[in-house]
Write a protein that binds this ligand. Sequence first.
Ligand SMILES: [Zn+2]
Length: 118
Amino acid sequence: MSELLTKMFFGGFVRLHILYHAMREPIFGVEMMEELARHGYEVGAGTLYPILHQLEQAGYLVSHVEVVGGKQRKYYRATPEGGRAMEEARAKLRELVKEVLHDDPPTPSIRTHRGSDE
Ligand SMILES: [Zn+2]
């Protein structure tokens, strides 16, 4: 995966993906890496953990530690604020998908928009 694409676009997709799953059930790092890999995102621990930390700092996720098989495991789940952020993102995503993937009906060009505003 291109580093530039990751930085410009996929980083946001990955964050949305994480938030989505954390809304449904508590998630942990390794499991989330597997889930992201299943969707074609090669996200290593060095990338994922800072993202989880960042989402927690932003108030979108909360974490707690559980001991599983003698090892500590950090679980993350979405906060109500995370849920609200997801709702906003969903609306934007719907709008984007409508235009970029379906393009149905074809939207007027930006130039046409601009012209009609004047
Ligand atoms: Zn998924």
